[in-house]
Design a protein around this ligand. Structure first.
Ligand SMILES: [Zn+2]
Length: 496
């Protein structure tokens, strides 16, 4: 087998011994002028350059070579945050489905081929931002309900072709958040569609298990806790236990969700997760912000952090998207100190974990009123080892002999990066994920010199823009007041 030496000025290697030392925040260590030796899909050595005999050398130069980033709430659409993260409350209501639309006029904005293209567009974005493992998040708003078996197969095939590792399954739900004619919020239920979606998800798990590829793994990805019937939650937990796959369920995401859950179940979200059998080490909870300790949650208890930590569930923290929707973990340090497992996600555009890390650290500092409220090492650990831990993949998220060869190199030589100090801080504070220069997934080079061979980016951008324009126009028909897009999406400044 060919042994390839991948050389870089800075390499974030893994120190296995540090893992067992509870006093140490991170198990990564920084090497200078180092080399990662790869054979097949595995790393066989990490150390000083030239220390090992290799068949070929790939010198990446003045870059920071990291374990590939793990994004567990990964962009899988074109963009929605640019449309839905800045309205007034009243305008924001117009971006939801109206009850009338959900009941009588539901339709898919895109056909199956267009949906597959949108997945490809987003997976290309992920790779170009240094993500090597992704658990995609559907954008059901533009579908006629959720996702199908065929959607998930198409996604898996795109991932395999591009060389991105995915954990996926069709999204399913038995309800959808709607706005009633009088402007109040509620959930429109359709149990039959929920059951059909669950059947597709179960079928996809069988399909994924037959793929025998480390690039495609099945997972159960129901939409959001307030849109699932109790029956579907229980069946999801049972199927996960039977098949051994992970479940990802959005929960603790907002105050409205909490209200709906309290009204329906007479218990807060974490309790419902526990009683339906979902709360445990196989569960990933994106966002997980509105715990009983959150200042905006009206609760007399302070048990959620402890319950979450003891359950072994992992949270998927999406700092950039959360911040843009006016929310933040309160606080990162508190969750960590409680022992909650933390992975990272992008959730929306841009799928840039470098920016996500920077905004996450910055907000953690603001909320803690301390410069050490969180460190770049804490967040980078969540984006690598945290993600690997959530996926139960001790071979991912680390550069060490025996690990799977998932690598990403970020350039550090752009004039605009300024001076080089600690390379992690230089990257996170002065650069972005756009500095991605090289990506390897399971030993296969997918990005080289910032380019994915065979992908026509200008053509992809044109098509994505045309589809985005159609998607934007479709908000009007769903708005409970049927307002034109000019009203729903006023420009930053009036056009003249
Ligand atoms: Zn999300």
């Amino acid at each position: 087998m060919v042994r390839r030496g991948i050389r870089a000025r800075h390499v974030l290697a893994y120190d296995a011994g540090a893992d067992s030392d509870p006093g140490r925040a991170a198990a990564h260590v920084l090497l200078t002028d180092a080399e990662v030796v790869v054979a097949g899909s595995r790393i066989v050595a990490v150390g000083p350059r030239g220390a090992e005999t290799v068949d070929e050398v790939l010198d990446l130069g003045n870059v920071l070579l990291l374990p590939g980033l793990i994004d567990l709430d990964a962009l899988a659409d074109i963009d929605h945050t640019i449309l839905d993260s800045w309205q007034s409350r009243e305008l924001g209501l117009g971006l939801q489905w109206s009850r009338d639309y959900a009941t009588h006029r539901r339709r898919a904005v895109f056909d199956a081929e267009e949906r597959a293209f949108i997945r490809e567009y987003s997976f290309v974005q992920l790779l170009l931002h240094g993500v090597t493992t992704a658990m995609p998040i559907a954008s059901e708003a533009h579908s006629d309900w959720a996702e199908t078996f065929d959607d998930a197969v198409a996604m898996a095939e795109v991932a395999r072709r591009l060389g991105l590792r995915v954990y996926l399954g069709p999204a399913y739900r038995s309800g959808v958040n709607v706005v009633d004619a009088d402007g109040t919020r509620s959930v429109y239920w359709n149990e039959e569609l929920g059951r059909a979606g669950f059947d597709d998800a179960a079928r996809f798990l069988d399909w994924a298990a037959e793929q025998e590829s480390d690039l495609v793994h099945g997972a159960l990805l129901p939409c959001r806790i307030e849109t699932l019937s109790e029956e579907l939650m229980r069946r999801t937990a049972e199927l996960a236990a039977k098949t051994g796959v992970l479940v990802r369920l959005h929960a603790l995401q907002g105050l409205l969700e909490r209200r709906f859950i309290l009204e329906r179940f007479g218990a807060p979200p974490l309790e419902v997760l526990a009683r339906t059998g979902l709360l445990g080490p196989d569960l990933l909870i994106p966002h997980a912000i509105y715990l009983d300790t959150h200042p905006r949650v009206d609760a007399d208890t302070e048990v959620d952090l402890g319950t979450l930590a003891a359950s072994g569930a992992a949270i998927v923290h999406c700092p950039l998207t959360s911040a843009r929707h006016a929310a933040a973990l309160d606080t990162f340090a508190r969750y960590r100190a409680a022992g909650v497992r933390i992975a990272l996600g992008t959730d929306s555009f841009p799928p840039d974990l470098v920016r996500g890390i920077d905004i996450g650290v910055t907000i953690a500092k603001v909320l803690a009123h301390r410069l050490d409220g969180a460190t770049y090492a804490d967040y980078l650990t969540a984006a690598t080892l945290g993600g690997a831990d959530a996926l139960r993949r001790p071979d991912l998220g680390r550069l060490t002999a025996g690990a799977t060869a998932d690598l990403v190199a970020f350039r550090l030589d752009d004039h605009r990066d300024g001076v080089l100090d600690d390379p992690i801080r230089t990257l996170c504070m002065n650069s972005t994920g756009r500095a991605t220069d090289f990506v390897m997934v399971a030993g296969r080079i997918t990005v080289r010199d910032g380019v994915i061979p065979g992908v026509d980016l200008p053509a992809m951008t044109r098509r994505a823009q045309a589809l985005f324009d159609r998607m934007r126009a479709a908000y009007s028909e769903r708005d409970y007041l049927r307002r034109p897009t000019d009203e729903l999406f006023p420009a930053s400044f009036p056009a003249k």
